[in-house]
Design a protein around this ligand. Structure first.
Ligand SMILES: [Zn+2]
Length: 62
């Protein structure tokens, strides 16, 4: 987990140093909630987040 500047649109998202770290959390989320999550690099903070959609470029903030 990384600190994110609160002014960024992704400030309320989980953030990870690496795809590996994000992917590991995605596995946990899948087992816990049954929700498939996909790691992606954020264009705002440059860290990794998880999205419930597979075909996005980090634009799912709306
Ligand atoms: Zn971000």
């Amino acid at each position: 987990m990384q600190y994110i500047d609160p002014s960024l649109p992704c400030a309320d998202k989980l953030a990870f140093d690496s795809r590996k770290e994000a992917a590991a959390t995605a596995v946990v989320a899948f087992h816990r909630y049954g929700t498939k999550m996909y790691p992606y690099v954020c264009r705002y903070c440059g860290l990794w987040h998880l999205s419930s959609r597979s075909n996005n470029n980090g634009d799912d903030y709306a």
